[in-house]
Structures are given as C-alpha cells and as structure tokens.
Design a binder for this molecule. Sequence first.
Ligand code: AHR
Length: 507
Amino acid sequence: SKARIVLDPAFSVGTVDPRLFGSFVEHLGRCVYTGIYEPGHPTADGAGLRTDVLELVRELGVTAIRYPGGNFVSGFKWEDGVGPAEDRPRRLDLAWRSTETNRFGLSEFMDFLRKVEGTSPMLAVNLGTRGVQEALELQEYANHPSGTDLAERRIGHGDKDPFDVRLWCLGNEMDGPWQIGAKDADEYGRLAAQTARAMRMIDPDLELVACGSSSQSMPTFAAWEATVLQHTYDVVDYISMHAYYEELEGDRDSFLASAVDMESFIENVVATCDHVGAKLKSSKKINISFDEWNVWYLTKAQAAEPLNWEEAPRLLEDVYSVTDAVVFGSLLIALLRHADRVTVACLAQLVNVIAPIMTEPGGPAWRQTTFYPFAQASAHGRGRVLTVNVDSPTYPTAKYGEVPLLHATATIDDETGAVTVFAVNRSQTEALPLTVDLRGLNLIRVVEHSVLTDADPDARNTLEQPERVVPRAVEGTALGGSAADGVPGTTLNAVLPPLSWNMIRLA
Ligand code: AHR
C-alpha cells in the first residue's frame, strides 16, 4: 500500500524561525569539559576550545545555544564562572553529584558562540536557590555597556563589548521534585513574573521564557502552565516544553511513533496558552520554546550507580542507533509541523551528553547517527512550512493505537521556489511507496533523495567505527506527470525504505 501527500504553496503552517534549530550546552558530564573545551587537546585553540568540535557544530547548523543548564543552573552562582581562572572556586554541583571547577564560564561560552558563528545565546537564570536580584546582576554584567560596577567588572575581565543576550530562561523545570528549589505553580509564577518585570525595567525588549512542565506526564501538567501563565502572561514571550523519548520494554513500534506524543503535547500547550490569553482578553500570543528535546535512555540513567563528586564524569553518554535517528528525525518533523507556534527549540544536548557529537579526551570527535537528520533539517528546513495532510497506511501500536506509517513535512524557499520534503517510514519491515502531488509548484528536478537507514536497525557510530552509519543517495526518485525538458512535474514518486529518515530536495 502507498502513502500520498499534497503540496500546494497556497497552504502553509508558518515560517520557520531559524532558532528552531537550537541546541543546549549544560555543565553536565563531559558536555563542556573534554567536550567543547579541552585545553591541551591537539586541536585546542588558544582559549582551550576544541576546533574539531567547533567544526562539527558548524556543520550541524546550530542556530541558538541554551546555557548553562538544565538542572545545573538551579544551584549555580554565575559569579563563580567569571574573572581570572585561578580565582574561580571549585564547587559541589548537586544536580549531577559532580565537582564543578568553573574553569569554563560565561566569557568562555560567549567566545565559543562567536567561533561557531551564526548562533545566538539563550541564557538561563537560577530561580532555584536564587531570585530576582541575582538575575538582574547577571543581566547587568552581561548586557550593560559600561559605567556600573558590574559592567566595569565584565570589562575588567576582558570583555569590553556587552554580550547583548536577548533570550533568557526564567529558571529550569521548576515543577520537578528533583529540581533544587522546586516550587508549586503559584510560587514559581509569582517569582517568574517579578523577575521578568524587573529584567524588563533594565531592557523592555528582552525575550523571556517561563518554565512549563518538565514533561506531558507530570501530574500537574497543563494546570501548571495555566497557573504560571496567569501570573506571567503580559511579561513573558514563551512557555518552555521539554520531552525525551526512549524505547521501553522492546516496544519499538510505539517508540517509532513517539512524535504522536510530541505533537499532542505541543497542541495541548498551545491550547492552554490560548485559553489563558482568552481569559485575560489578551490579543498577545505566547509561543513555545521547546528548549529540551531528544531521544534519551532515561530509565538506564536512573538505574545507574550514584555519582561521587568527580570532575566531568562520563554521564548520559547515549550512543544512538539508526532506529533512534529515525525517531529523532520524526521529532524534528513534529517541530517543523508546528513552526507557527514553536519558534525556539533546543536539541538537548550538543556534545557527549545525549548528544549528536561525541568526543574522546585527547582523541577524535565524531558524528552520532542523530547528527545527520539535524544537519539536513537545519540546512534545508527553512522558509515556509507547507501544510501536509498525510494519507498513509497505518500500523498498530500499544501506546498510541493506529499510527500512520508515514510522518512527513515539507518546506518551501519562496525566493527560489525550491521545496524539501522530510519523511520518515515507521515500518520496521516494509518499504513505503510515496506519491507527492505538486500543485502550483514550479519544480523540474529532484536535486537529491538522501536516506538514513541500515540493514541493522541497531547500527551505531562509535570511536572504533565513527562512520558506520551515514546518509546515502537513493536512485530512482523522480518527478512524474508532464515533467520533461524544463516542464514542471505534477507528481513526485519515491520509495521510502523500511525504518528510514528521508530528505528529498526538489528545485
Ligand atoms: O538534559 C538533561 C536534563 O534533563 C536537564 O538538565 C534537565 O533540565 C532535564 O531534566
């Protein structure tokens, strides 16, 4: 049986905000230390940044980076990470039972961002153990040009120009009992509103993110968002969403349908935002910052031995299979399909910790399987997202009932007319023929059909075999109808291999 979609440039979801392709650097495990930063590494630059990693981050196409946490931020004193390195204190990091040397801090992070190029910062303030005053002080240190104690301190530390951070997270996962300083929705909502109001007194044009629920399965989900937004609606721009997916008890069919949950989660949060907006008689819309998403084998992490205050321990170093990459690609498709309201998103995380890039201390850096869908979507999933209604055969899942085998989205670059289709075939065994009706589109050729799949669904890239899994070109994907000698095609015909992520570019 076949799947079919219709593309018409007259019907679109919205325009992709480049920040949909953000990522996340937390002081956690080896994300920072021996990840992006390793003085003494053969590729390290004068500031200790690994240039092999910088190159891969550029290739990945990351547009915004959230920092410094995550759970870490809820116990973090930002002052510890600035000023002369020899004066920075070593501290206990309660979130990850590690020792934080603070050798890497705000200035080093901003240097990293500048060197990545084309990416903007998203800083989180600590609303776990700290509050309004410390958030204001960080903002002043980071953004005020000169002439105050904190601005002059930054200048004295060698950063003459302000960092000009526009996007700020008001805490992290404040609903989670694991979070240092976790709060109930009213407590957090009041604190977030006070912090936002005060930060806007310095700079009314900041973009601010209030914490939503840590996941859709939290017992307070939706009520939390409604209460927090009731307090903060006028002073924030975004509510955050976090979601991680893993294969549980060998139920691969449900795992492959994880995006069903992600899409319902987005739609439920949007509905909650709009409900509060309606109640407040506000014409303002709150958008989504999906600032943590990924495949994460969390149950494995929870079962691991507790850590013992090591520096940069090997933590959450999931090694992703082809199956994981297909699910991951499907999560990207879910984000793009909601690009009207999801305007910021961060793949959690960037290096070593549940990450698309892995490194060996003193050794090489390589791409995980998940690297490829992200890099392709960031490079080509820009412009307008077209409305895609999927007509597809379905398959049964234990968690989500009947689910379409095809998950797809498409983007159009209105300047060139080029179209990119992103598609996942969730079938573990059968190829899926796909027909795309091209209406009102001026497309004369298939530029490429790239696929990520493997005869072994558990194949992975490792230190020993860093290029075991790479995307490959598919032959035979063609425009049909009248397409010939410069006449636009009316259909596209492709075959999606079993368990595959596909990118088809048309021009
Ligand atoms: O990304 C790993 C952790 O997941 C983050 O620190 C936290 O915010 C979330 O629970």
